[in-house]
Write a protein that binds this ligand. Structure first.
Ligand SMILES: Cc1cc2nc3c(=O)[nH]c(=O)nc-3n(C[C@H](O)[C@H](O)[C@H](O)COP(=O)(O)O)c2cc1C
Length: 399
């Protein structure tokens, strides 16, 4: 695949050098196009050395008078990373005042945009409106991720990782819409079980894995209903979000919305215990020892296992030991079709990380280890396996 990599003038420009390298490692030819502002952050020489090709920078200083047209025609995909607020505005409105923006108008293939900027710039209604215009035009976007930003603020604005951008590019290349017939119900995040009006018990789930699954399913054409406990993540685009707090609310929303679902993915880390009689007033501090009597919460997965009908049911198992045995036990006891198991308790994968390393165990007897990768990439592979499983189950049932 021949890919044009448009580089905008943002702090994250240096990361697009890594993206160029990753795309080349994956067998693509990369043509870098840099805006004038981006050259304040990174020299064209970096991309020239990495891609082995002359870097295009100036509309009026090129060999052929119509190079922007020929470059557009000779390539299969345009990715812009980082896509600055300025570039999003220009692309949305068709302003063509440099090589990259002129090339964009002449380009007819798939476009992937990876925005990166200060959180206020990102949240500005002008930027959001431009993004909406670009998405309505059919362009795929990836990120921005949340986290510490170069400007010293924290929030949405970081460039997505090169792996995530590359995964989005693969999706755009394949234009995979293999989930168009599906309605995917995903649960995500932790639940919070109140102890009194101001305190609660919860767990370390960030919701990232469930949100990645919801995003990937929507990008592949599914209707997606995301039932989420309290998380600090932006609402994924094209997804119906239902926010809940407790295990019991999650239970009710899952069964209210089960009707249309064809695939149910229970990635939420639902609390196992709660206080059934929550005091109406804040419990006062005393010197005396306090003990809590907790009751079990409803077992949503087990009930889904009994009521699932023809739906595919995917459970998650976060374990600290005996990963595969526990996953298989859960698969059998909860009547799941697949269990996605991960070891938790390590710092760089699992609950709070952007990355994950999982093992899938399936009803057809397979055990599939997936090595460490961004959660979005793992989500894509989980759906690949779900669709294979659907075919295998249909074949075995003679349906
Ligand atoms: C130090 C510095 C960092 C910047 N980082 C960003 C950024 O991350 N995202 C962004 O949209 N603009 C950023 N800007 C502003 C852009 O560089 C500016 O809007 C420029 O006109 C963008 O040009 P381009 O879109 O043609 O690359 C930054 C500016 C400076 C001086």
């Amino acid at each position: 695949m021949r890919i044009i990599l448009g580089v905008g003038g943002g702090i994250a420009a240096y990361k697009s050098a890594e993206l160029a390298r990753l795309l080349m490692d994956r067998g693509h030819a990369v043509q870098a196009v840099m805006t004038t502002a981006s050259q304040e952050f990174l020299r064209p020489l970096t991309f020239a050395a990495l891609t082995g090709r002359k870097v295009l920078t100036d509309l009026f200083a090129i060999e052929s008078a119509i190079e922007h047209i020929s470059v557009a025609q000779e390539h299969d995909l345009l990715v812009v990373a980082p896509a600055t607020a300025d570039l999003l505005a220009k692309l949305a409105h068709g302003i063509a005042d440099d090589f990259l923006t002129t090339l964009y108008l002449a380009f007819t293939g798939p476009v992937v945009l990876a925005p990166a900027m200060n959180v206020n710039m990102w949240q500005h209604p002008a930027t959001q409106a431009n993004l909406e215009t670009l998405e309505r035009r059919g362009h795929l976007t990836v990120g921005p991720a949340e986290g510490y930003l170069a400007c010293g603020m924290t929030g949405a604005g970081r460039l997505a990782s090169p792996e995530e951008i590359s995964e989005r590019i693969e999706l755009a290349i394949e234009n995979r819409r293999d989930l168009e017939e599906e309605t995917v119900l995903v649960t995500a995040g932790p639940t919070q079980e109140p102890l009194d009006p101001v305190r609660f018990i919860s767990n370390r789930s960030s919701g990232r894995m469930g949100y990645a699954l919801a995003e990937v399913a929507a990008a592949r054409g599914a209707r997606v209903i995301l039932i989420s406990g309290p998380v600090h993540l932006p609402q994924p685009r094209g997804v119906e979000l239902i926010a809940v707090r407790t295990a019991s609310e999650m239970h009710d929303k899952v069964f209210e919305n089960l009707g249309p679902a064809t695939i149910v993915i229970k990635s939420a880390a639902v609390a196992d215990f709660h206080l059934s009689k929550v005091p109406e007033q804040k419990v006062k501090k005393t010197a005396a020892r306090v003990s809590l009597e907790l009751d079990p919460t409803p077992d949503i997965l087990a009930e889904l296992g009994r009521k699932k009908g023809d739906r595919l049911l995917i459970g998650f198992a976060a374990e600290t030991q005996n990963l595969i045995q526990e996953a298989r036990r859960k698969l059998e006891s909860k009547n799941c079709d697949m269990v996605v198991a991960n070891l938790v308790g390590t710092a760089d994968t699992g609950f709070e990380s952007e990355q994950n390393e999982v093992v899938l165990v399936t009803r057809t007897g397979e055990t599939l280890p997936f090595s460490r990768a961004p959660k979005r990439e793992i989500a894509g592979r989980i759906f690949d396996e779900i669709m294979k499983l659907r075919l295998a189950i249909h074949a075995a049932d003679g349906r």
